[in-house]
Design a protein around this ligand. Structure first.
Ligand code: FAD
Length: 391
């Protein structure tokens, strides 16, 4: 029997919807407020490693993800000319096969949303928390409507105040719930690199994620369906410049100048700016308990990871199912939140710290002693640790 009856989740992304579904299935009344409208652009695709698939099994959606995704085993390494030079077999671990499943982000979001709604969750889009007042018995919340991220939220005068036993901020790297808890103690920092994602037709022989490095530029090719793949390009972007969308194809081709062969052919096929997204890579890691009283943060809001281990969303999903379990297993809310944080902290922070260390190594930045020790482990060592450790 969960120690909470009513929960508000801010953020209807991967983590927020998973938590909502996991709590709804336990009979908890859950509201989700999501700033983006129903037509939000959700991005291209991502990889679900098998630890994410195991956590998704807890809310009954693993098979649906596999049915629409692209399962694969080894990670393939290409040279800058696009010739395969190695294949890293997946580590043996506790989470079984397939080791990975690449999936379209909109399809993934749709699966999670349907799971939450089936579990009785109410999802309100174009909405956010305006203010919260916490007392010993609950949190009183006033909502605001939010019509777009470039304009401020507008207090929703018509909306009555609602009370919740717990408010969880799964509201991403720019989390306002994190700001409510910690002020400006934790703000996202630009890592010096950015990610370009270019959607292209999938070559028939691209059946697993393929990595290639040319100087400080990394290209990762990910098949997400029989028809489609995307190239994720990680590039140093000193000074965090703002680029015009119209320049995206030219900038991508310039950044891929060090690639040749089949990668050069793919580069030369990049002409459509509509098929390209650009994301400056930011990092924020909260190194103290992710809750105060009845308000908590999780996922990217608490520990953002650069994509170097493809584990950020996996950590958000793990956070979600373990939080729901902790609320079920412990006799009081403070004990449940404390146990959950202790269970999650080392694993999630390892992923965040290791991912940033890999970014810095690849971009030629100076490493701290701790980062130098982490990169010694390498991607296979990090993956083995994640695959062998229980979430
Ligand atoms: C380029 C790139 C590639 C990646 N590839 C992978 C990968 O292959 N595998 C993997 O596991 N991870 C990957 N990640 C990481 C992954 O995308 C994130 O870790 C994951 O999305 C975090 O989930 P979340 O639910 O915590 O936050 P998000 O997915 O960011 O969701 C937060 C939600 O909250 C909403 N929101 C924000 N502010 C408010 C507000 N004030 N009020 C209401 N709603 C709000 C947002 O609109 C959003 O829907 C990648 C990240 C990047 C940048």
């Amino acid at each position: 029997m969960p120690v909470v009856r009513r929960v508000l989740v801010q953020g209807g992304g991967v983590g927020g919807l998973t938590l909502a579904a996991a709590l709804g299935r336990r009979g908890v009344e859950v509201d989700v407020v999501e700033a983006s409208g129903p037509d939000a652009v959700l991005g291209v695709g991502l990889n679900q490693p098998n630890n994410a698939l195991a956590a998704l099994d807890e809310i009954g959606v693993r098979e649906q993800c596999l049915a629409v995704g692209f399962p694969f085993e080894p990670l393939v390494i290409w040279n800058p000319a696009g010739v395969q030079v190695a294949a890293i077999p997946p580590p043996e671990g506790r989470y079984g096969r397939p080791s990975n499943n690449a999936i379209s982000r909109p399809l993934y979001n749709g699966i999670l949303r349907a799971a939450a709604e089936e579990a009785g969750v109410r999802i309100r889009t174009g909405a956010t928390v305006w203010e919260m007042a916490e007392d010993a018995d609950g949190v009183e919340v006033q909502l605001a409507t939010w019509t777009g991220k470039r304009t401020p939220p507008v207090r929703d005068e018509a909306a009555s105040r609602a009370r919740y036993d717990l408010v969880v901020g799964f509201d991403g790297v720019r989390s306002r719930i994190r700001g409510h808890l910690f002020g400006d103690r934790y703000v996202p920092e630009f890592t010096g690199s950015a990610n370009w994602r270019i959607t292209l037709p999938r070559p028939d022989d691209l059946t697993a994620i393929a990595f290639a490095l040319a100087g400080p530029v990394k290209a990762v090719l990910t098949p997400i369906s029989p028809e489609q793949m995307y190239i994720a390009l990680v590039t140093p972007e000193p000074g965090n410049p703002r680029h015009d969308r119209a320049d995206f194809p030219r900038l991508v081709r310039e950044r891929m100048a060090g690639f040749s062969g089949r990668l050069g052919e793919l580069r030369d096929a990049v002409t459509d700016d509509a098929a390209i997204t650009y994301t400056p890579l930011e990092q924020v890691v909260v190194r103290e308990p992710w809750f105060r009283g009845r308000i908590a943060i999780a996922g990217d809001a608490a520990h953002t990871s650069t994509p170097h281990l493809a584990q950020g969303a996996a950590m958000a999903v793990e956070d979600a199912v373990t939080l729901a379990a902790a609320l079920d297993e412990h006799p009081s809310l403070p004990e449940a939140l404390d146990a959950w944080y202790r269970r999650r902290r080392d694993r999630a922070l390892f992923v965040a710290d290791m991912s940033l260390a890999l970014l810095k190594q690849e971009s030629g930045a100076e490493l701290t002693d701790q980062e130098a020790a982490l990169v010694q482990l390498g991607i296979p060592g990090a993956q083995a640790r994640i695959a062998q450790e229980a979430y």
